[in-house]
Design a protein around this ligand. Structure first.
Ligand SMILES: *Cc1c(COP(=O)(O)O)cnc(C)c1O
Length: 396
């Protein structure tokens, strides 16, 4: 069962009636008056230890009520006990890696993941060591010092699906983190499949309007505490304005995700029969194993797809240069349609061999379908593909 509209509309707003307000209040305080010193000390201790709330917020790096309301809303959507918000998706992943350090420094991860996540893990910037494996090799890669297993499904940018339950079974005692950015809680709730932590770049669908950067981890209260401790200590906070925008976007999340998904299905079907492209990657057209994973763990294929245009880099660049309705830009999950070239942009930080090995070629374009009428989008993409084949034919 997918998340309910009722929960998306109401979760995290439980205190508004007693406050006597209807819209979400934005609290911009950086510090808070203390009724007495003892209360300040006790609240400070509580929050520094990673508890969700205390009698007094004390200082904005420790607690903010506007952020707390959105966290409760997101936790409800994921079916989680808790959620911890950060200033970006990368800040959220960083906090997980730091919080897990007490368990060990080894991470097992399945490619592909978002380019900068790949880079953060692979560079060892945070002192961790990573083993890159395929989804069926996770069990063999687990060591006594393995702190976390990370998968991304659907994966950015190839839309490859990972069977969460199969990975969880192999991981045993090691917590599994699922980057579920492409799915949102509307299409997939990884905790229900045994994952310990769910991550979102909330910059994408959760914000949904291309105007807020954020990240969030949903998990048990036990795992949330070390994440809050890291947040207090490192300061990668979500700003209350951003939390307000995110919370304001929650009631329309399911409407947006499902509407964009139906547009993506229409475009994917048209692209699948188009001689100007050589491959399409979209869970909604998947067969075999991917199709059975989709049916088992997702409520739908989503609205991001990727395709390989004939003519390689030059043709892909020409498509991006020729679209007029779609925005040629990185990011995804906005109300408008975005098109980008993963090898040159979002996954550029990976080394070329790794990139090719996980299927990110020079002709690959990623589309994030928005809320426009599919026929308008197709009209735009069709003329851009036509321009691209003209360009590449002239060059040949
Ligand atoms: C964008 C993205 C990230 C990074 O999130 P930011 O909010 O840009 O820091 C992580 N994972 C996925 C799947 C993404 O698409």
């Amino acid at each position: 069962m997918s998340v309910k509209h009722t929960d998306l509309v109401h979760a995290g707003r439980q205190d508004l009636r007693s406050l006597g307000v209807h819209a979400l209040p934005v609290d911009l305080s950086t510090t808070y008056p203390l009724p007495d010193l003892g209360c300040g000390t006790a609240s400070l201790d509580t929050l520094v230890e990673g508890h969700q709330a205390a009698d007094n917020p004390v200082y904005a790096r420790l607690f903010n009520p506007t952020v707390d309301r959105w966290e409760r809303s997101l936790a409800r959507a994921e079916g989680a006990e808790a959620a911890v918000a950060f200033s970006s998706g990368m800040a959220a992943l960083t906090a997980c890696l730091l919080a897990m350090r007490e368990r060990g420094s080894h991470v097992v991860a399945v490619r592909p993941v978002y380019g900068t996540s790949d880079h953060l893990l692979d560079s060892g910037l945070l002192g961790n060591e990573v083993s890159w494996v395929t989804a069926d090799q996770v069990g063999d890669a687990i060591r006594p010092d393995t702190a976390m297993v990370m998968v991304e499904t659907p994966a950015n940018p190839t839309l490859k699906l990972v069977d969460i339950e199969a990975v969880v079974a192999q991981a045993g005692r090691v917590p599994v983190l699922v980057d579920s950015t492409f799915a949102t809680p509307v299409l997939q709730q990884p905790l229900k499949h045994g994952a310990a932590l769910v991550m979102h770049s909330a910059t994408k669908f959760l914000g949904g309007h291309g105007d807020v950067m954020a990240g969030v981890i949903a998990c048990s209260e036990e795992l949330a505490r070390p994440l809050r401790r890291v947040r207090v200590a490192t300061g990668a906070l979500l700003h209350p304005w951003a939390a307000y925008l995110l919370h304001r976007s929650m009631p329309t999340l399911k409407l947006r995700v499902e509407h964009a998904q139906s547009g993506a299905m229409t475009l994917a079907r048209k692209l699948a029969n188009d001689p100007r492209i050589s491959a399409i990657h979209y869970p909604g057209l998947a067969q075999g194993e991917a199709c059975s994973i989709l049916n088992r763990q997702m409520n739908g294929p989503g609205s991001v797809l990727a395709f390989e245009v004939n003519g390689g880099y030059a043709a892909a660049a020409a498509v991006m240069a020729s679209v007029t309705l779609m925005t040629p830009a990185v990011s995804l999950g906005s109300v408008d349609t975005l098109i980008q070239h993963p090898a040159a942009l979002t996954h550029r930080v990976m080394n070329e061999d790794d990139r090719q090995q996980c299927g990110i070629g020079t002709g690959l374009l990623r589309l994030s379908i928005g809320l426009e009428e599919p026929e308008d989008l197709w009209h735009d993409l069709d003329q851009a593909l036509e321009q691209a084949s003209l360009t590449t034919r002239q060059a040949a």
